[in-house]
Design a protein around this ligand. Sequence first.
Ligand SMILES: Nc1ncnc2c1ncn2[C@@H]1O[C@H](COP(=O)(O)OP(=O)(O)OP(=O)(O)O)[C@@H](O)[C@H]1O
Ligand SMILES: [Mg+2]
Length: 311
Amino acid sequence: MESRDPIVEKVYQTYLDLVGKGKPVRDPREAVRILEDRYKLIVDERVVALTFAAFMNGRPVLFEGPPGTGKTEIGEAILELWSGRKPLVLPCSDNYDEYKVIGDFHPLMAMKKGFNEESFTPRTILAAMILDTGLLVDEIRRSNEEFQNLLLDISDKRRVIVPELRRVFRARGSGFQIIFTSNPEDIAQNDLSDAFLRRVVRVKFTYPPREVEARIIRLRSGDGPSLSRSVESLILEVINELRRTSITHKPGTAEAVLWARMAKSIARLNGRSVVSLEDLAEAALSVLAKRIEDEETVLKVLRGAASLEAY
Ligand SMILES: Nc1ncnc2c1ncn2[C@@H]1O[C@H](COP(=O)(O)OP(=O)(O)OP(=O)(O)O)[C@@H](O)[C@H]1O
Ligand SMILES: [Mg+2]
C-alpha cells in the first residue's frame, strides 16, 4: 500500500472532522437560497456573485464595512458553499509569523531528531491548502504588513514553502480561497498597503436597508414571546437613529438581533407572551449602551421613537 505523506496525515488527523465534507455550491442564486435556509443569513446576490467571480480569477476577497454587518459569518458561509468544506479561520493579531500560521517545530523533538516532518506541526494556512478548503482571515487590519505580504504571496502563487523541510506544498483544487474581513473605522489598527489593496477584490458591506434588517431580525430572533409589528419598527427606528447620532457606539445588525432576542427572553422570564415596551427598554440599556454615559442617549432615542409609535 502506498504510504501517505506524513504532513497530509497530520492535517487529516487534526482537521478533517472539523471541516467535514459537503457538495460545493457555485451558483450565486442557489447560494443565496441556502444562505437563508441553512445559515439564517440574508445576503445580497451581488455579494455572492462578486466573491465567486473573484475566486474564479484566483483573487482573494476583502469584506469591508462597519461592525456587526455579518462580514465574518457571511464570509465563513460563502467559503463553505464554494468548497463544500468548512473554512479554517485565522483571527489576526499583530504578532503572527509564518511559524504560527503555516507550521512550527516542536523544540525538543527538533533538537533530538532534527527539523524534519516528525517534529513539524502543520498550522492553519497549510492545513486549509492541503484540505482544499477556504481560509477566513478575520480583521486583517490587526496584522502587520509583513504578515499581509506573506498572505498575498501564498494567495498569488497558491503554494506554501517550508524551507526547513525543503518542501513546497501546492493547492490541488479550487477550494482553497481566501476572504479577509476588515472594519476601516476600528481604531488602533493598521492601514492596508497599496500592494494588498491592488490584489484583493473589495466587497463593501453597509447597514442593510430597513426591510432587509426587519427580515433578519425575524429570521434570527427565535421562538418564544412575539414581537409586534410596532415593537419591530421601534427597534429599527432606534437602531437607525443611534447610527445617525451616536459618536461612540453605532449598533450593527448583530446588536439589533441581540436586542430583539434579549427583549424576548426578558419577556419570557416575566411570564409574558408578547414583548412589552418595558422589556425592550430593559434590554436596550444592556445591549445598546456600552458605557454609562450612553444610557441617557439610548433612553432618549427610545422614548422619542416610542412617542412616534402607537403607544
Ligand atoms: N445579513 C445578515 N443576515 C443574518 N444575520 C446577520 C446579517 N448581518 C448581521 N447579522 C447578525 O450579526 C451577527 C454576525 O455578525 P458578524 O460578527 O458576522 O459581523 P461582522 O461584520 O463580522 O462584525 P465585526 O466587525 O464586529 O466583526 C449574526 O449572528 C447575526 O445576528
Ligand atoms: Mg467580524
